[in-house]
Design a protein around this ligand. Structure first.
Ligand code: SF4
Length: 481
């Protein structure tokens, strides 16, 4: 039998090496990385015995039992059935199946970024594991929920490094946090038993329901919470880009079989693989995905530099959903990317699915960060946009966080808002887009127009070459080839 003897007040929770004994006999302890533990003992233990084992007062054990009883009818019955007025006589034997701990899970991006619309996979895996251990799990959606000491343990995860979390939350004794949003490429991985646990696809149910009830968006806005199985079939990459969270990997490695994260009740699959086309067995992965019979997508930007006829044919013939997303991170790859775009477009002739490329900008590979770099980077970003226009592809601007240091930071903001809204990008040039913004601002010059004018004044050459380019006019190059 196993007795879960956990309480946030017990000092032994944090005593990692001491052997705990009871009546001279060692009590076996299994401590997980999550910071909670089980006391395993083939004996019956009442509150007095537990108090002895964990070196706490009987009163604190009784209080703990009462707290558990608030949400646990079996425990409540045991306490009310006790004939003694002395707390030590509560019989808590055979409690293994009904003493739970209370876990709070915080997806910090969800709390701090109102427009964020993608579930946190680590949170879902932690929740899946904790529920399998019969613990109570709740998604915390407001930091005020944790002020009343409701949770025995709180796990926090975030994906974005600039997502803010109040300092007092991080300093709570029962809080554990991790992930790339906190430690970037130095983040510890989840323990294997959690990393490879099926995600809890119901963690966000209540939140989604409340969002929709309050009129915040439509069901489609929450599709990744409600309709997709999410996971990594492979992890890592061999390219070691300096700015990338995957730079410590040497190669692409197999990570999870699809069954590990597939929920048969969900229609679609979203893959978060870092570089699927760089995996030696990419074909087997695509075949396994096909076998599920579900439509799937790779969300992280595939490496188009590795495109081949066979890869292109298989991807196009797959039950793919959504945009085909690739990356165009560096202007130095211009010739190779053009060659691969031509190859890709030979197979991808459909107009129903868009080909989109992430355009990463604002990162100085020579580590100078001087004026010349910022001007050249703006030029290179426009040039990549122009190339993508020619091939009928959409750019999606991804700004490295130091773009804010640029004297033309406003241009990066403009480019992101123009390119990342396909409805505008497809119909207007950069100049026209800025003018449309100005038209909506009746009196003063709007910031969008101000940023355009500043750059044009100092660098008329850039303005002349790029400001009036128009997707619709350029995108026919493939058909002419
Ligand atoms: S190719 Fe992509 S995934 Fe690979 S290291 Fe570079 S940015 Fe990261």
């Amino acid at each position: 039998m196993s007795l879960y003897a956990y309480h946030p007040g017990y000092s032994l929770i944090r005593a990692t090496t001491a052997v705990i004994s009871f009546k001279g006999e060692p009590v076996k302890r299994v401590e997980t990385k999550g910071g909670f533990f089980y006391v395993l003992k083939e004996v019956k233990m009442n509150t007095k015995e537990i108090a002895l084992a964990v070196n706490k007062t009987e009163r604190s054990v009784r209080n703990w039992a009462k707290k558990v009883a608030e949400n646990n009818s079996v425990m409540a019955e045991k306490i009310s059935a006790s004939t003694s007025t002395h707390p030590a006589d509560y019989d808590l034997s055979n409690c293994e199946s009904y003493i739970y701990i209370y876990i709070g899970i915080i997806d910090a991006d969800l709390i701090s970024r109102p427009k964020h619309r993608f579930p946190n996979l680590a949170c879902m895996k932690i929740s899946g594991y904790m529920k399998s251990q019969k613990h109570n799990v709740k998604l915390i959606t407001d930091y005020n929920e944790i002020t009343n000491n409701t949770f025995d343990k709180i796990y926090i995860s975030k994906v974005f490094t600039d997502t803010n979390i109040p300092e007092w939350v991080l300093q709570l004794d029962n809080v554990e946090y991790g992930g790339t949003g906190f430690f970037y490429d130095k983040a510890d991985p989840l323990p294997d038993y959690i990393e490879h646990h099926k995600p809890d696809y119901h963690l966000y149910d209540e939140w989604v329901k409340n969002q929709l009830k309050s009129g915040r968006g439509k069901p489609l806005d929450y599709k990744y919470y409600t309709d997709y199985s999410i996971g990594f079939t492979t992890r890592g990459c061999f390219r070691k880009c300096e700015f990338c969270v995957n730079k410590n990997y040497n190669k692409v490695v197999l990570h999870s079989p699809i069954d590990e994260f597939l929920d048969e009740d969900r229609k679609y699959i979203c893959l978060l693989d870092d570089n699927i086309l760089g995996f030696s067995q990419w074909k087997l992965i695509l075949e396994s995905l096909q076998k599920t019979g579900k439509r799937f997508e790779f969300k992280q930007g595939m490496d188009i530099r590795l495109m081949t006829d066979e890869k292109a044919r298989m991807l196009v013939e797959s039950k793919y959903i959504g945009d085909y997303i690739f990356a165009f991170d560096n202007i130095a790859d211009k010739d190779l990317i053009e060659e691969k775009l031509k190859l890709w477009k030979k197979y991808c002739t459909t107009t129903a699915q868009t080909t989109k490329l992430y355009v990463f900008c604002g990162f100085d590979r020579n580590d100078k960060w001087d004026y010349d770099f910022w001007v050249q980077d703006i030029k290179d970003t426009f040039e990549r946009i122009k190339i993508l226009m020619k091939y009928g592809c959409l750019p999606y601007i991804m700004r490295f966080e130091r773009y804010k240091e640029s004297p033309y930071a406003g241009t990066y903001i403009n480019l992101a808002s123009w390119c990342n809204q396909p409805n505008f990008f497809k119909k207007t040039s950069y100049r026209k887009y800025c003018e449309m913004n100005q038209e909506r601002t009746k009196n003063n010059i709007c910031s969008t127009m101000k940023y355009l004018s500043e750059l044009e004044l100092k660098h008329p050459d850039i303005a002349k070459e790029y400001f009036d380019l128009f997707y619709g006019a350029l995108k026919s190059i493939i058909n002419k080839d």
